[in-house]
Design a protein around this ligand. Sequence first.
Ligand code: FE
Length: 191
Amino acid sequence: MTTQRTGARQLNPIDELAELFTGEGGGDYHGEAVTIAAHMLQAGARAQAAGASNALVAAALLHDIGHFSGLIPDRDRVAGADDHHDDRGADWLARWFDGAVTEPVRLHVAAKRYLCAVEPDYFARLSAKSVHTLNLQGGPMSEQEVRDFEGSQHAEAAVALRRWDEAAKDPQAPTPDFEHFRPLLESLVRP
Ligand code: FE
């Protein structure tokens, strides 16, 4: 599959992702101590180290792709508002990947709201930025939202992803490059 984003140049999906990681991904991650690319690469590495399925490693690697500007033409960048990067990223990835990759991405913000509701310690481990966005995203889940979330097919995967997400903001952590994940991603792209 090809893309309109690069105009005359036609990139395959993995090359398009590689370009995002090595280009815009080198930018600041909303004040975290690592770049957004390093954050996503660390999340993928943590998923892999934990023995996650290839699909879940890919989801961890790509979970914040919805933050990239220019990726989704109509994305809103309203200051102080939720950017809905979970849905936007999942929808964008759905051109190439199945639900086992896209749905944990879609639910990774919900998983934060879930963990804040069910684990008293969890909130204390969030970065300052994550606390700020939690408030924009609706705060901890209500009891009804917790029950609905637990009933969703990809809840467990999303919670696992979320824990790697929180842990993937360490400037000292080993950070593989994007090419490390290329074969895994190629195995998951729909023909
Ligand atoms: Fe993240």
